[in-house]
Ligand binder design. Sequence first.
Ligand code: SF4
Length: 360
Amino acid sequence: MTQRTHRKDTRPVKVGPLTIGGNNEVIMQSMTMSKTHDVDATVAEINRLEEAGCQIVRVACPEMKDAEAIAEIKKRINIPLVVDIHFDYKLALKAIEGGADKIRINPGNIGRRHKVEAVVNAAKEKGIPIRIGVNAGSLEKRILDKYGYPTAEGMVESALHHIKILEDLDFYDIIVSMKASDVGLAVEAYEKAAEAFDYPLHLGITESGTLFAGTIKSSAGLGILLDKGIGNTMRISLSADPVEEIKVSKELLKTFGLAANAATLISCPTCGRIEIDLISIANEVEEYLQNIHAPIKVSVLGCAVNGPGEAKEADIGIAGARGEGLLFRKGKTIRKVPEEIMVEELKKEIDILAKEHEEK
Ligand code: SF4
């Protein structure tokens, strides 16, 4: 698949050393589960997320002790840190002072004007953006009264209201999310938002569920949007280990040709002709590919009935053949290997290919 770069035109917004929006890659985010004031636990979780490929991490900040922990957390992590604040401008000021790379706060919920100005001025001074998080479940009362229930139009109206508050203060480093747990509503809201303004969009289907159900629900919704060029950063929200959110994000971006330097696995659907323990091999190879940062395609076939030519598109692969495996490259068999060492041999070939890509 060719790498797609076309995205809807959006304003580029800097978050630490990264740029969200413009013609840049779609950035993968996740959020920690630990109490933010537990610095050791939060840093450990962030480091695990970074290792999995997470590019930006968000932490919750419900209390002052959480905001006070930001400075120490920042010193000990490598990826940009977003601090999620509801209402309290003092928490926002503390987080910004501590070195947050972005804050998530809705300016319309901060309260009196001097408080909004204080937060906006602090963000301006540090050159950090603000994410406006519109959520179908917490729309302003006046918007709910107008539309009767959460609608895409109401969500866009809410976003525009918060955007205007920032723009009136001459602040434009804005990122917006339009989350809903209803996939259809979220998709419509994001589509309308992409028409209404050019600030980058943070995609997500909120409260989407467990690893299994949430992956399907999020992928269904975000897939529609990514395919239309909508979305500049994303968080897959799952009731699961946040590392799983990153794995799902990566796979989704790969599906749409939006992941740079990611390896892809092609594995056969299995049938009665199978000659090897395909399912466990495919899982093992998939796990291995998580840490391969090169755009290579690896194929794993249960048998060689149609010959490795069936997987011509793959750069490298194996096919089961009665107690052994055929190792092939670009559709041509390169050698036969005993089944016991088949996966190890495949991994070696993957490493060689990855190195070749690095040297290119
Ligand atoms: Fe069946 Fe072989 Fe095709 Fe796998 S590669 S689906 S085992 S015929």
